[in-house]
Design a protein around this ligand. Structure first.
Ligand code: FAD
Length: 280
């Protein structure tokens, strides 16, 4: 591993200033993605700026909705009672990410900023229509999480920008959601994954949100499947149509972990399973 400088700023202001002025510097949160990439020589940053000494980045606040600091670890999310009560799908996904050891250091912000198509936390946040707060030394912005991912390893963050918070609207009383994930073994990155959220009213689907992982260059909202379900009673026939449509929209690849065909098959099964799990 090549040597690098390791900085530990005590404030967000200091971290942003360092990022702006030190060429090639990278933020590091838990390091569970970044250090692997450095060890594999995929990246050789001269400087790492640790975000772990900035307490304000790690807090979780329930305020009707929720604000989750980017530095909250996956374990913090699992252990936060109110978050789990209000957004159970978030905890369902968090429990499937890595091992206890990984979950204790891996952060939700790092999971999103690494921009892997298989990022487990991306899917519940997509179906919950989370917003993300981004900040540079000079400006702040808040965008929909669906606009954040641009490609494998690529987000809409500019080179001197940081993800500070994830914002969730208050939970809808009638919304129910679930997360499904297939790995090669129990503790593995997803070969394919799916999150489904439905709001039902009078036997009809008022709102559907569906997102798929590991089957496209980015964690993907399946907008056309959502539109198909909304306003209708979810019959066997409609569910079968949703399955067909979902497998058309995705663009999985064959790689060391699974074939394209297998990934399509998992999504096909998961669309049905997700709907059944929610509708009973
Ligand atoms: C053994 C093992 C198993 C794993 N299993 C899973 C799994 O099942 N599911 C899964 O989704 N992932 C898994 N991962 C990947 C990884 O643990 C997660 O993606 C994790 O959430 C990354 O968070 P981190 O804090 O460690 O990120 P880091 O490694 O610190 O950072 C990742 C990237 O994001 C950038 N970054 C971090 N924080 C910010 C921020 N606030 N603002 C801007 N940029 C930022 C960094 O510069 C870096 O480019 C696994 C990793 C390992 C090593």
């Amino acid at each position: 591993m090549r040597r690098f400088d390791y900085l530990r700023p005590k404030s967000l202001k200091e971290a942003l200033q360092q990022k702006k002025t030190i060429a090639g510097a990278k933020f590091i949160s838990g390091g569970t993605d970044l250090l692997v990439q450095i060890k594999n020589r995929e990246l050789q940053p001269p400087t790492l700026i640790s975000l772990r000494s900035i307490p304000e980045l790690a807090t979780i606040e329930i305020n009707g909705g929720a604000r989750i600091g980017a530095l909250a670890t996956i374990s913090d999310i699992i252990q936060h009672n109110e978050l789990g009560l209000n957004y159970p799908v978030l905890v369902e996904a968090a429990r499937r990410l890595g091992s206890v050891q990984i979950r204790n250091v891996a952060t939700v912000g790092g999971n999103l900023c690494n921009c892997s198509p298989s990022a487990d936390m991306a899917l519940p946040l997509l179906v919950l229509e989370a917003k993300v707060r981004l900040r540079t030394a000079k400006a702040r912005r808040e965008i929909q999480i669906s606009e954040f991912f641009k490609g494998p390893g690529e987000s809409c963050l500019s080179s001197d920008e940081i993800l500070t918070d994830i914002i969730l609207d208050p939970p809808h009383q009638k919304a129910k959601a679930t997360f499904l994930k297939k790995g090669r073994v129990k503790m593995d990155l997803a070969i394919a994954s799916l999150a489904v959220l439905l709001e039902m009213e009078g036997g009809k689907c008022r709102k559907a949100r569906i997102a798929a992982g590991s089957v496209a260059p980015v964690p993907l909202r399946l907008y056309k499947v959502e539109a198909l379900l909304e306003g209708s009673t979810v019959t066997e026939k409609l569910a079968a149509e949703a399955q067909r449509l979902a497998t058309k929209i995705i663009s999985p690849i064959t790689d060391i972990r699974a074939t394209e065909e297998y990934r399509r098959q998992i999504v096909r099964v998961y669309v049905k399973r997700g709907l059944e799990k929610i509708l009973g």
